[in-house]
Write a protein that binds this ligand. Structure first.
Ligand code: UDP
Ligand code: MG
Length: 317
């Protein structure tokens, strides 16, 4: 049984086409399936469309307001009962024709099959910022992300259960998919323009998304304070020593200069350094409050997926 989870926000015009296409693809494959649409607080006719197509195989869930695509995906995963779940966008940018290939790879034994968007044909103005983001993200973070690998993927039941054990609210799904691990394979598809409607992601929202991503997987930005404080403190001490020696040898040139500069430098750098120390603790609290499992088991002799060590101390992600 395959579950297909589709988060939709104001996709009324795309739903009928998407529905027909999914149904025809699944008919050819001839296996049991369910499609779960998550209406993420749409304000157009999306809900009406969903009511129309609902049936034994098509179900939907409608949020009271817009909670964001990440929340919609989680709701879908919680509702899904398939052995494997396919997550795809509702705007036809994720072609249903790829479903067959996703399932094929799943049957070949992969727990995560990622449909990666081929970005070669996209304008540089869009590719450059995303490249920058992935470099920054991969530099600061403990998980490795690939540009073009989005939410369009198939995940096995084991991966679904693993993802659902992460109790954090601020979810950065790309990172979480990577974080839970399991064996993964990638298939490629070409970028397709939106069928109708418009993307809800503008540059500012994307920047927000980038900050979410970077902060959800590490507290290294906080550590920058610590190092900066340390460097400035060392430099000030060196400069103060130099001035002191200078005065001892040549005598005072400008009265008061030494005391003012020395106290300014010392106070400033001690403050920055202390902030860094506080940052370390805040970072630890941040990671702890996520209460992520310490590890996820792929398989055991009993052949079941288990999460362990949720209540023990852990200081890394
Ligand atoms: N979406 C959603 N909630 C949101 C924003 C988007 O459920 O708050 C859905 C949207 O309907 C679409 C998918 O997420 O099915 C991807 O959104 P979009 O096409 O706007 O993103 P892009 O393709 O530009 O990255
Ligand atoms: Mg889209």
């Amino acid at each position: 049984m395959i579950s297909i989870v589709v988060p939709v926000l104001n996709e009324a015009e795309n739903i009928p086409a998407l529905h027909t296409e999914i149904v025809s693809v699944m008919k050819v494959l001839g296996r049991p399936y369910e499609v779960i649409f998550i209406d993420d607080g749409s304000t157009d006719g999306t809900l009406t469309e969903l009511r129309e197509i609902a049936g034994p195989k098509i179900s939907y869930l409608s949020f009271s307001r817009n909670f964001g695509k990440e929340a919609a995906i989680i709701a879908g995963l919680e509702k899904a009962s398939g052995d494997a779940v396919i997550i795809m966008d509702g705007d036809m940018q994720h072609p249903p024709s790829l479903i067959a290939e996703l399932i094929e790879q799943y049957e070949a034994g992969f727990d995560q099959v990622v449909a990666k968007r081929n970005k070669a044909k996209e304008p540089l103005s869009r590719r450059l910022p995303s490249k920058l983001f992935y470099q920054l993200m991969n530099f600061t973070s403990t998980v490795h992300l690939e540009d073009g690998e989005g939410d369009f993927r198939l995940i096995s039941r084991k991966v679904v259960e693993a993802i659902l054990t992460l109790s954090e609210n601020n979810r950065f799904s790309k990172g979480i998919f990577e974080w839970v691990g399991f064996n993964k394979t990638v298939i490629e598809f070409d970028h397709i323009e939106r069928e109708s409607g418009s993307s809800t992601f503008n540059p500012l929202k994307l920047l927000d998304y980038a900050i979410d991503g970077i902060s959800a997987f590490n507290h290294r930005p906080l550590r920058v304070c610590f190092y900066l404080g340390l460097v400035v403190l060392m430099a000030s001490l060196a400069y103060i020593l130099y001035m002191f020696v200078n005065i001892a040898v040549h005598g005072v040139e400008v009265p008061g200069y030494f005391t003012i500069i020395a106290s300014l430098l010392l106070l400033g750098s001690i403050q920055l350094f202390s902030l860094g120390i506080i940052g370390e603790y805040v970072g630890r609290i941040y990671i702890e409050t996520k209460n992520r499992p310490k590890y996820i088991v792929r398989e055991s002799s009993g052949n079941e997926t288990k999460q362990g060590g949720r209540h023990e101390k852990q200081y890394h992600q």
